[in-house]
Design a protein around this ligand. Sequence first.
Ligand SMILES: *Cc1c(COP(=O)(O)O)cnc(C)c1O
Length: 411
Amino acid sequence: MARINDSYLKLKAGYLFPEIGRRVSAFAQANPDAKIIRLGIGDVTEPLPQACRDAMVLAVHDMGDRSKFKGYGPEQGYEWLREKIATQDFKARGCDIDASEIFISDGSKCDCGAILDILGSDNRIAVTDPVYPVYVDTNVMAGNTGDMNDKGEYDGLVYLPITAENDFTAAIPTEKVDLIYLCFPNNPTGATATKAHLEAWVAYARKHGSIILFDAAYEAFIQDPDMPHSIFEIEGARDCAIEFRSFSKNAGFTGTRCAMTVVPKSLKGKTKDGQDVELWGLWNRRQSTKFNGVSYIVQRGAEAVYSPEGQAQTKALIQFYMENAKIILDRLTAIGISVYGGTNAPYVWVKTPQGLSSWDFFDKLLSVCNVVGTPGSGFGAAGEGYFRISAFNSRENVNEAMDRIEAKFKA
Ligand SMILES: *Cc1c(COP(=O)(O)O)cnc(C)c1O
């Protein structure tokens, strides 16, 4: 019989969101009249910007016109989109990134997993705790870890705790690691990194020859003008970092699918016998072989984000979600609940009140307020005692959820 990839069997069976779904549907079945408000899963709720929709409609017409019809596009993405990204997302912020270093894809989640194709299997890998589960699970699938221990951690990974005590920014490790996953603004904690913090990581990575895998999916939510949006704003990052970006959260493309990965041409890794190799060439080869590009229509939609109308509309979209975050922050603070994040990110990271565990608070919030959030412990052991509330929702739902929490949890 054919062999399977045994590493898949190491994966935690009851993954976070299925378990949330199970508890919510059990509650809904027992309480059919309860009006449940979901502030859990990190998906956007507001419609696509008009500029993106208009551009996609035009692109559909192109596809019906023999002279403009497009078949396979470049695996790396269309030049007109990559140029706009290089100019407006990177060069405008002082980052030395060329259009040829930007690879358009159908999602950052896929790219975060796919990047492991071009990296070795004996790297020492660090993740924060709590963490976006995709970084961990893709390494488990790739066979880069051992089994899971009692704490829910995989042998072979280095976990860097991020808690209120360290301002949700991990201490730079004292030991050498080869790969580091960083996500700023952070999912799930909503924390951001100062320029000084990213400089310390870049200095560490350059000293040890490590690579930083930097997830900037939430960069557009940064309100503070001094916060870096890209790892490439840090001097020297071209030699030690790959950056993942997405249109999912800034332009509501979670269901439309478009993202990008930036691999600088100056970034190198080592072969087994110690030779330096440029990663750009490997990623280009990987994408050309295993990927066939993002649809022309969708890339035209993403391009419209960079038009003046698109810029204004995405900015308004982000402001809308950030006002939700402010309502959540202000109203929870007013009733004496400790909250973090939510000022440069669409997530509010709540210290569970009354010393409740993450899952006990989840159950209580569900049964007493009929509000769904995400237990912090689902993102890692150090997330225990925390809870994630998402600002991705309608204003009406956010206000209603806060009214209910205020009524039941007011000290
Ligand atoms: C939403 C999100 C992404 C974006 O993923 P896509 O596949 O592009 O939709 C990437 N990283 C994190 C941490 C996210 O929360």
